[in-house]
Design a protein around this ligand. Structure first.
Ligand code: PGA
Ligand code: ZN
Length: 423
């Protein structure tokens, strides 16, 4: 059972503070987890507790840490660590707000994940096996974000993430090798053209480009230069993060004001011209009708993924399922703030034929929990940025370890992760 819950302030990959939690059990095992942090956060996400004042420019998390020590610790002592749902329910009740505003989703998530890690350790099981059970064996397609725009780069590129998906690789290990190959090839292509090769927040290159199509063209060139086949070996995915440039029902895109219909037409053109298998947040987080329309028009060709739209929240996801708004769920543990609620969202999605993509945040730490959760849920897709920068690569490296551990039982999701593939 839980003996003590501790917390401290550590730094994330952007140099901002975040919460790290340690949970000690009476058998001597310890679980440790850290909360990630977004930049293009959805307005309906569970909220992070930040101190204000001058420490770290107001972004300190001392209040969240004190909440763990003074409120959460006494409430959880004595709980069985393997009663995850009871623990998470106790955390939700203790907070008492609908969006975890009192104790902070950063504090609550850290505790929730640290409890699971302690319980796994105590049971002498890898986290993916403890959470996923005996059948967890599917390695996800790494959706590698190799060109960063939007809120993750200081450039004029509107689309936030340009990802490559090695759908044709036989194993996860091969998928990583192919992704890294394309990543390095893209650097060469950018250099040849005299474009900047500095990195954005998620480890992708962040050149300034005249258009969003130019980004896709450069990546296509990079893929072709490696000898890998576009569409067969490597597919594309984008995260538009459209809420970031939406205002009053219009979208300020490539310097012009566009309607949801015009944006949808634009995406249809992209889907026609490039091997795109997944489009995330193509429209604003409040434009439910627009989402239903675009899913009706493009949903049989590509995955339409709700991130800011759903914020890993079962109530918002239920509406999406009813409305036919999107056909896939982006899964971010800190959007909802506990492991049990995250698993509830994945379950609801899967039971209704929605695909799931496990996801990091643009502000990350060395914590690799989401890699294990991707395998535990068998979701078949994970995005953890570029194959560069250790806070991104840490998750991919953990998946390499899991694949090795699973040995002959491991299966790589590959093309099967995208049933709507046209080719
Ligand atoms: P964020 O971006 O972590 O900055 O919110 C990731 C995403 O939009 O998927
Ligand atoms: Zn997103």
């Amino acid at each position: 059972s839980i003996e003590a819950v501790g917390a401290r302030e550590i730094l994330d990959s952007r140099g901002n503070p975040t919460v790290e939690v340690e949970v000690a059990l009476d058998d001597g095992t310890i679980g440790r987890a850290a909360a990630p942090s977004g930049a293009s956060t959805g307005q309906f996400e569970a909220v992070e507790l930040r101190d204000g004042g001058s420490w770290y420019g107001g972004k300190g998390v001392e209040k969240a840490v004190l909440g763990v020590l003074d409120d959460i610790n006494p409430a959880l002592v004595g709980f069985d660590a393997d009663e995850q749902r009871l623990v998470d329910q106790a955390l939700v009740d203790l907070d008492g707000t609908p969006n975890k505003a009192k104790l902070g989703a950063n504090a609550i998530l850290g505790v929730s994940l640290a409890v699971a890690k302690a319980a796994a350790e105590s049971a002498d099981l890898p986290l993916f096996r403890y959470v996923g059970g005996p059948n967890a064996h599917l390695l996800p397609v790494p959706m590698m974000n190799i060109l960063n725009g939007g809120a993750h780069a200081d450039t004029d590129v509107d689309i936030q993430e340009f990802m490559i998906a090695p759908i044709g690789a036989p194993t996860f290990r091969d998928a990583m090798q192919q992704g890294a190959q394309v990543y390095h090839a893209l650097k060469s292509v950018l250099k040849e053209k005299g474009l900047a090769t500095g990195l954005g927040d998620e480890g992708g290159f962040a050149p300034n480009l005249p258009s969003n199509r130019e980004a896709l063209d450069l990546i296509a060139q990079a893929v072709e230069s490696t000898g890998l086949e576009l569409g067969t070996d490597i597919a594309f995915a984008i995260d538009v993060a459209a809420s970031e440039f939406a205002a009053d029902g219009a979208y300020v895109f490539e310097g012009a004001s566009k309607s949801a219909e015009e944006m949808t037409e634009y995406y249809a053109g992209l889907v026609n011209d490039y091997p795109i298998v997944s489009i995330e947040d193509p429209l604003d987080e409040e434009d439910w009708a627009g989402w239903t329309t675009i899913t009706g028009e493009l949903g049989d060709k590509v995955q339409i993924v709700g991130d800011d739209l759903f914020v890993t929240n079962v109530d918002r996801l239920r509406r999406g399922i009813d409305d036919g708004a999107a056909n896939a769920l982006l899964v971010k543990v800190n959007q909802i703030g506990s492991l049990s609620e995250t698993l509830d969202s994945v379950d609801l999605a899967h039971r209704n034929g929605f695909r799931c993509m496990m996801s990091h945040r643009s502000g990350e730490t060395e914590d690799t929990t989401i890699a294990d959760l991707a395998v535990a849920t068998g979701c078949g897709q994970i995005k953890s940025g570029a194959p560069a920068r250790s806070e991104r690569v840490a998750k991919y490296n953990q998946l390499l370890r899991i694949e090795e551990l699973l040995d002959d039982a491991a299966r790589y999701a590959g093309r099967g992760a995208f049933p709507r593939l046209r080719t």
